[in-house]
Design a protein around this ligand. Structure first.
Ligand code: HEM
Ligand SMILES: CC(C)=CCC/C(C)=C/CC/C(C)=C/COP(=O)(O)OP(=O)(O)O
Length: 304
């Protein structure tokens, strides 16, 4: 046992950057931020600091573990695609057993933190999200249907709900609303990138929407989902969960996102696809920052 821990430690020192890359750190950073906003919105008082700290670390570790399993399952597909061929497995920097050990280690640590500092419901739902992304999406859906990311998007949309249940111990309408926002955001986020990288997906025989149904059809669906997203993001205000500060943020960000989607659709210029993908990330960060800002400003207003 101690020898295998020593081997793991030596490997971590030599390949720190590769292990970090396995976790998709920038994706997990945004996922963790949305989970923390879910925690903050779940209560009108302060979130107990052990839940905030260890709950979000637990969710981040399990999301990182899911991302590492995705690298393992997809290693042959990743070797074919230009965007992913330099990843640690296809480039030979790490071997499959190292990736599996790493994923199991951080996944188990994450699960233990959630069980110790949050509640069984959060631990179970986070585990289901891990399986949803790492196994159901990556191994089956991704290769089976162009609706892969619509169905698989449920795993990526779960984090704010997980943050919410970490604080309250149950799922309620506020948590479901935050889930719904990310669920509807995922198709325009991903399909914009898929238009830009469609040749990669065709080469790897992955049935992404622009490959199976063409670019024009995908542009239309990006636009339709962005309109739906605009409407869904009004719900936190309409249901009284959030106030005017959030509404202003959601409308401004939504108009900008719609601007990208309309231009992509109307001009048919695929050079707009990558900027649309880039903006989708800034959009989601901005929207959740607006939820948080609105929550605390309305609390301050009540206190004084
Ligand atoms: C099924 C759901 C999703 C799919 C298929 C998807 C797909 C992708 C892909 C393929 C990339 C890679 C871009 C690259 O390597 O150049 C990416 C990047 C990114 N995604 Fe997603 N995504 C999903 C959900 C999410 C969620 C839920 C979040 C956060 C809440 C997120 C945040 C990001 C961020 C921040 C990046 C940029 C990463 C970087 O610059 O390294 N994605 N997404
Ligand atoms: C809370 C928890 C455990 C959630 C896990 C959610 C999670 C890590 C979602 C990531 C979504 C994502 C980057 C999908 C792209 O995979 P891809 O295989 O289509 O993209 P790739 O080609 O860049 O690998």
């Amino acid at each position: 046992m101690s020898t295998s821990i020593q081997t793991l430690r030596a490997g971590l020192r030599r390949h720190g950057r590769d292990y970090l890359e396995l976790t998709k750190p920038r994706v997990v950073a945004l996922i963790t931020f949305t989970a923390m906003v879910g925690m903050l919105l779940a209560t009108p008082t302060m979130v107990p600091w052990p839940i905030l700290l260890f709950g979000s670390t637990g969710i981040a570790l399990m999301a990182g573990s899911a991302a590492a399993i995705n690298h393992l399952v997809d290693r042959r597909v990743d070797a074919i695609m230009m965007r992913t061929c330099r990843r640690p497995l296809p480039s030979g920097q790490l071997e499959a057993w190292q990736v599996l050990s790493f994923a199991l280690a951080i996944g188990t640590l994450g699960l233990a933190l959630l069980l110790a500092f949050t509640n069984p419901l959060t631990a179970v739902l986070t585990f289901i999200s891990l399986i949803g992304y790492a196994v159901i999406y990556t191994l089956f859906l991704k290769r089976a249907t162009p609706q892969n990311i619509v169905i698989g998007g449920a795993a990526g949309a779960a984090p704010p709900l997980l943050g919410w249940t970490a604080v309250t111990g149950h799922v309620d309408s506020g948590a479901l609303l935050l889930f719904l926002i990310i669920y509807v955001w995922t198709p325009p986020h991903f399909w914009a990138l898929a238009i830009h990288r469609r040749r990669d997906y065709a080469d790897a025989d992955i049935p992404m929407l622009p490959v199976t149904h063409g670019v024009a059809f995908t542009r239309l669906h990006i636009l339709l989902y962005t309109i739906l997203l605009f409407l869904v993001t009004l719900l936190p205000f309409l249901t009284g969960m959030s106030g005017w500060i959030y509404l202003a943020g959601a409308v401004l960000l939504g108009i900008r996102f719609l601007g990208y989607a309309v231009r992509l659709f109307a001009t048919g210029d695929d050079r707009l696809a990558l900027p649309t993908f880039g903006f989708s990330i800034a959009y989601l960060f901005g929207l959740f920052a607006a939820l948080m800002l609105d929550h605390y400003s309305s609390l301050l207003f009540k206190w004084f």
